[in-house]
Design a protein around this ligand. Structure first.
Ligand SMILES: N[C@@H](CCC[C@H](N)C(=O)O)C(=O)O
Length: 314
């Protein structure tokens, strides 16, 4: 008797880790049960999420992307570890791009356009800060337009929500930011960030209709880097559909843009965001988009025995 198997790759971006699968023709039945089993850290491969490469034309969301950008042939089908679908994943996009390169599906053009449920994203290779000149060790992603759903009045007020975090005395004011997926950002002191208990989901009021990712940030001020004034923040995150993770790319964009909005006119456009799994760079672009830059690493290729995998949850 032979058992069915699935070829997968394990990768991460600043330790936000994913199980990747090449399903160009859409033949894998990627159920939420299969996603949970693959993402299981004991009985499966383990990951914060599962990312499938699928031809854009094979999904209705991908068809919409192709109408906008015919070059976006490949679609990032992103699932959270609990099996739920998310619109976007900033660390995932970089790892997805590295995976497409490995598969020979990035044709060597300077820019790779790819599809996501939040629209087209464009990726290019860049030199990491302080890396050797001309190196191409990081990936930079145009993350599209970030918005404050409450509009100018909320930006002026600085807050539109309250978040109660376990381990902290009282609920804190917070700002909702959309980066293709929902985020709620609150500022804390250093000791409060360390003391926050993110094994329990923060309670957000008013309750976001589609849930939210919650970023806890400590603004660290400004510094000069290569003649440019940049901002720096420290961040921990509780992700919708996962729990606490060691990094979140869309969360880093939300965190940087919230701290920049709180700082007011004249705040830097470039921000470094330190997360437990490393550091990423966020840049506010002139067209209202944000760019996210950081590493992407592929660490293993594996063959998953699907019978053994499903036995793990019995
Ligand atoms: N870790 C990701 C975000 C993944 C999706 C998120 N949990 C959601 O449900 O919106 C990132 O790097 O952006």
């Amino acid at each position: 008797m032979t058992s069915a198997s699935l070829r997968v790759t394990k990768g991460h971006g600043t330790q936000n880790d994913f199980v990747l699968l090449d399903d160009r023709d859409g033949s894998v039945d990627l159920t939420d049960v299969l996603v949970r089993e693959l993402a299981d850290r004991r009985a499966g491969l383990g990951g914060d999420g599962v990312i499938r490469v699928i031809a854009s034309g094979r999904l209705p969301e991908g068809e919409a992307v192709l109408a906008d950008e015919p070059a976006a042939r490949w679609f990032m089908d992103y699932r959270n570890g609990d099996g739920s679908i998310a619109e976007m994943c900033g660390n995932g996009v970089r790892v997805f791009a590295a995976y497409l390169e490995r598969l020979g599906l990035w044709d060597g053009a300077d820019e790779l356009a790819l599809g996501t449920r939040a629209g087209v994203r464009r990726v290019r290779r860049v030199t990491k800060p302080n890396g050797p000149a001309g190196g191409d060790d990081w990936y930079a992603v145009d993350m599209g337009r970030w918005t404050v759903p409450g509009g100018a009045a909320v930006v002026a007020a600085g807050f539109d929500a309250e978040v109660q975090v376990a381990g902290l005395d009282v609920a804190r004011p917070a700002l909702s930011i959309d980066v293709g997926n929902p985020h709620t950002v609150l500022a804390l002191r250093d000791d409060e960030l360390d003391g926050a208990d993110l094994t329990r989901a923060p309670v957000v009021t008013p309750v976001p209709p589609a849930g939210t990712n919650v970023e806890l940030v400590v603004p660290l001020g400004e510094q000069e880097l290569d003649g440019v004034v940049v901002g720096r923040v420290r961040m921990r995150v509780h992700e919708r559909g996962v729990g606490e993770t060691r990094s979140c790319g869309t969360g880093a964009v939300a965190a940087a843009m919230a701290v920049r909005a709180w700082a007011g006119a004249g705040a830097p456009d470039v921000w470094f965001v330190d997360v437990p799994g490393g550091t990423v760079r966020v840049t506010a672009l002139a067209d209202g988009h944000a760019e996210l830059a950081g590493p992407a690493v592929l660490v293993a290729d594996a063959s998953v025995d699907l019978d053994a995998l499903s036995a793990g949850s019995r």
